[in-house]
Ligand binder design. Structure first.
Ligand code: PLP
Length: 408
């Protein structure tokens, strides 16, 4: 048999979120109207705010179309520094900020910079689907802890401690611990106290703490968001964020890595990430200028993100009310991001697993969701709560009907 030309590690590169796209496309070609509740993309439903689009066009028209500073145009870097100072009281300098083509690119830079083959990094499940891929594609390994569903998907500190301590007894070095707050796919906003404990644990074991805070502004139901940057002062840590979600600009592909401290680890890391930025030349230049304006114009931003959050809260409430009526599902109420992550009582339904469940739901009810096992949590599925309320309630009614139809 001919040997594959592909690398061993390339076998991990796969997107569970997009795996039903071809099937959905086939259904559309048959004239069926599929509702996509699988893509965490606000701009798919609500146009990027006009003031941001105008800034993009202005950047194009004024000829800002060349390669730009690799770690980000200074206007954007300054806007990011200003955002963190005013929002979180964090002081940063120009070289602490590195602009990337989305958090997606930031994750590949970080993993490539930090992980040798065979080394380990901790992620917690359910995790954002890219995390394990981005670790394994460099030949490294995921040490998978858990968010605890019985505790509203918060972090079980004792379990995390045990995981770290078990590894500490071996010679294996844990390269980093990555958390997501607010979380995709659970919509959990982690309490400040829990974050403080995570920071202490990382500090005690000298593990680099990374926090993906791309949904930091999208919180509701009275939840309060705390940035790890507010708590981890004095210890090496990395914050990830970008324009995709709160600025409703997914397709602009603008994200950033922040390494706010100046200890040896932080200095070494930020210099190396800057090297990665230089090697790939730059992020999209006009988009960077547009995001600089998006962040600097605070009154427009407050108005537009406020409207987005209000919408999301309304959609989540409508969906949750109907989901709570479904005896085959159990759902922790989210208070951030725009995801709902029900647990499927598989024993009472005639499916083998969550993959079969979401595939049949798409085929029979034309509602596209994502299987929980793609996020490391089998017997769950993820609903993106962005479609307008009437569409969402119709979809959840279809989900409920689907479950009734498939009950044993
Ligand atoms: N991190 C999390 C937790 C996400 O949910 C997503 C997108 O859904 C990303 C990162 C990717 O963000 P970006 O568009 O900045 O690459």
């Amino acid at each position: 048999m001919a040997r594959s030309i592909l690398s061993e590690s390339s076998k991990h590169v796969f997107s569970a979120i997009r795996e039903e796209d071809d099937f959905a496309e086939g259904l559309r070609k048959q004239g069926k109207k599929v509702v996509k509740l699988s893509s965490g993309d606000p701009a798919l439903y609500y146009p990027t705010p006009k003031y941001i689009v105008d800034a993009y066009v202005a950047a194009l028209e004024s000829g800002r179309t060349s390669y730009s500073r690799s770690q980000g145009v200074l206007e954007l870097v300054e806007a990011v520094i200003g955002r963190y100072k005013s929002k979180y009281g964090i002081n940063m300098h120009e070289h602490d900020v590195m602009v990337t083509s989305g958090v997606a690119e930031a994750l590949t830079f970080l993993n490539s910079a930090l992980l040798n083959p065979g080394e380990e990094a901790i992620i917690l499940k359910p995790y954002y689907t890219q995390y394990p891929v981005a670790i394994q594609m460099f030949g490294a390994k995921c040490l998978v802890g858990e968010y605890d569903e019985s505790k509203d998907w918060s972090i079980d500190l004792e379990a995390l401690k045990r995981l770290i301590e078990r590894r500490s007894r071996t010679s294996k070095k844990i390269k980093y611990l990555l958390i997501t707050n607010p979380n995709n796919p659970t919509g959990t906003v982690l309490p400040k106290k829990t974050l403080e404990e995570v920071v202490d644990l990382a500090n005690e074991h000298r593990i680099l703490l990374m926090s993906d805070e791309i949904y930091d502004e999208i919180v509701f139901h009275g939840a309060a968001f705390t940035s790890v940057g507010e708590l981890a002062k004095g210890m090496p840590h990395v914050l990830l964020n970008g324009a995709s979600k709160a600025f409703d600009a997914t397709g602009f592909r603008i994200g950033y890595v922040l390494v706010p401290e100046n200890d040896r680890v932080s200095d070494e890391l930020k210099k190396k990430i800057a090297d990665y930025c230089r090697v790939r030349l730059c992020a999209n230049t006009p988009a960077q200028y547009a995001v600089a304006e998006a962040m600097s114009n605070q009154s427009e931003h407050r108005r537009t993100v406020g409207k987005l959050i209000e919408r999301i809260e309304g959609i989540v409430d409508v969906a949750m009310k109907l989901l709570d009526e479904n005896p085959y599902l159990e759902t922790v109420k989210p208070s951030g991001a725009f995801y709902i992550f029900p647990q499927i009582n598989m024993r009472s339904l005639d499916f083998r697993d969550d993959r079969e469940f979401v595939h049949a739901l798409l085929g029979e009810k034309l509602v596209q969701t994502t299987r929980g096992s793609g996020f490391g949590a089998s017997n769950h599925f993820r609903i993106v709560a962005l479609a307008p309320k009437d569409v969402m309630s119709d979809c959840v009614e279809r989900i409920n009907e689907f479950c009734r139809h498939h009950s044993k």
